[in-house]
Design a binder for this molecule. Structure first.
Ligand SMILES: Nc1nc2c(ncn2[C@@H]2O[C@H](COP(=O)(O)OP(=O)(O)OP(=O)(O)O)[C@@H](O)[C@H]2O)c(=O)[nH]1
Ligand SMILES: [Mg+2]
Ligand SMILES: [Zn+2]
Ligand SMILES: [Zn+2]
Length: 470
């Protein structure tokens, strides 16, 4: 463990010094009569050799008794101190080990983890700041500096576990010092939203968060938006509510939009991050390779702008104004292969290894005329009429896969299905209509977000919504 700005605990340092100095003092005191006797004899030899010889003849019994007594006292002292030291040691180390394990097990079982919204790193134990002197404690856990509490160099006592209040201290990222929420005591779920320029990521994220706020309670969840210094949620929300789409993203680093979504009655909060980025990042392998948020992601939301499918775009371009729908031109399979190679590099996995992270594949902009009948609500209703056993989600999968095959995106579909183990298709419209001055009204944007959250979270279980346990 890195040296900490704290003093060592008594039982891990000064305790032994004390025991050894006590043993030394007892030894010194008890052997004093022997030393005195030797000094007396030395004196006699120098000044009165006759008296010295008499003393040597008469005193050996007394001398022997004193020596045996002294040795016995020291032996008893040594045995008592040694065994009490062993007992204290065993006790202290048991308490230390138990507390350390309890703290780690609590974090592990509950899935306590933090992701830095700035440098994107993931860690269980943040750095804690001493409230009195501002010193950084990089390993505030049970240790030689203290089992339950540690004393900072300034004298302030700091709790070393979540059980006795470590989370009340200010926690910062160990890598870039960004202040973290909840003192690091939360379950954090990070979900990058994947899609090319203009795919509809920013619209989707903003409208999904707005919608989640409305539907959370129906699903037994409490919702609270938690802004970071870097997000544009308020600005996007304002413009969307006034009928203006958000401005094009320019951030070449993942931007975390964070909110709490926690089942009622659960103390430990789920902090969810939907991560946005400018779609241009997918054009540059170096740039995307710097976004370690992908490596640490708990799930992915992959957005499909139907207009990025060349054959479909061609089919509708004469009947709609493509620019009104902000048509994305980046081919789907290029985005997918960039995502896959990024994950393979970051997670050090081979091209044949399946990725277990859940993916919701979301057809957005489904207000485009004609889509409702192909993959949207009308198509699902018709499908269910002829497939009585299928669920809405089975129907969506089947219809979306057929759509991709029909519009010559089989390559994309095959790669997706062969690489990712957990896939569910969704259809939605983030805006509900093209910009016409009236407020946008989203349709079904919350479902894919809830699906990936349910997949990734141990505490959120929406089986009633899906009709099965995910
Ligand atoms: N009709 C309709 N248009 C949409 C919808 N979602 C997005 N758009 C349009 O698509 C455009 C691009 O959406 P954004 O959310 O900014 O796309 P993005 O993926 O964030 O794009 P970058 O920031 O460039 O990466 C918007 O300006 C809207 O015009 C939708 O659900 N329906
Ligand atoms: Mg954007
Ligand atoms: Zn950081
Ligand atoms: Zn301090």
């Amino acid at each position: 463990m890195e040296a900490q700005p704290a003093s060592k605990n008594y039982f891990f340092g000064d305790c032994y010094k004390g025991v050894f100095s006590t043993m030394g003092t007892i030894f010194k005191k008890t052997t004093q009569p022997i030393v005195n006797e030797i000094n007396r004899l030395k004196y006699l030899f120098r000044h009165n050799i006759f008296a010295a010889i008499i003393s040597l003849i008469c005193d050996p019994i007394v001398f022997a008794i004193i020596t045996v007594f002294v040795l016995a006292v020291n032996l008893i002292d040594f045995v008592v101190l040694f065994f009490s030291m062993v007992v204290i040691d065993i006790f202290v180390f048991t308490v230390y080990f138990f507390t350390l394990c309890l703290d780690w097990t609590f974090c592990l079982l509950k899935g306590i983890v933090s992701h830095c919204p700035n440098c994107q790193k993931k860690f269980v134990l943040p750095t804690y700041i001493c409230p009195k002197c501002g010193a950084k404690h990089t390993a505030l856990r049970p240790s030689k500096y203290g089992i339950f509490m540690r004393k900072c160099n300034c004298g302030e006592k700091l709790p070393t576990t979540f059980f006795n209040g470590r989370q009340k201290l200010t926690a910062v990222c160990p890598s870039c010092n960004t202040v973290l929420k909840d003192g690091g005591q939360h379950i954090e779920i990070v979900i990058p939203v994947v899609g090319g320029p203009g795919a509809g990521k920013t619209c989707f994220i903003s409208m999904a968060i707005l919608q989640l706020e409305k539907v959370a309670s129906k699903n037994g969840l409490s919702f609270a938006y938690s802004p970071t210094a870097y997000d544009d949620y308020e600005a996007n929300k304002q413009s969307l509510q006034h009928g203006h789409p958000p401005i094009k993203s320019t951030d070449l680093r993942l931007k975390y939009y964070q909110f709490y979504l926690t089942p009622y009655g659960t103390k430990l909060k789920n902090l969810i991050s939907l991560c946005d980025v400018a779609g241009e990042v997918y054009d540059d392998n170096d740039l995307i390779g710097e976004q370690i948020g992908y490596k640490n992601a708990n799930a992915f939301l992959m957005l499909i702008d139907p207009l990025s499918i060349a054959k479909f775009r061609k089919e509708v371009e004469s009947s709609i104004n493509l620019s009104q729908y902000g048509a994305s031109e980046k081919p789907l399979d290029e985005i997918l292969s960039t995502l896959i190679s990024t994950l393979e590099n970051m997670r050090c996995i081979s091209s044949r290894t399946e990725i277990k992270t859940g993916v919701a594949v979301v057809f957005t902009k489904c207000d485009i005329p004609g889509l409702k009948e192909k993959i949207g609500k009308d198509a699902i209703r018709d499908y269910l009429q002829t497939h009585a056993d299928a669920s809405v989600y089975d129907a969506t999968n089947e219809l979306c896969e057929n759509f991709l095959i029909e519009y010559e995106e089989e390559n994309f579909l095959n790669t997706l299905k062969s690489k990712f183990k957990n896939i569910q298709f969704f259809t939605c419209s983030a805006l509900g209509h093209v910009a016409n001055g009236s407020a946008f009204v989203s349709d079904s944007v919350e479902d894919p977000v809830l699906w990936v959250i349910d997949k990734a979270s141990a505490s959120i279980d929406l089986r009633e919504k899906w009709g099965k346990k995910l």
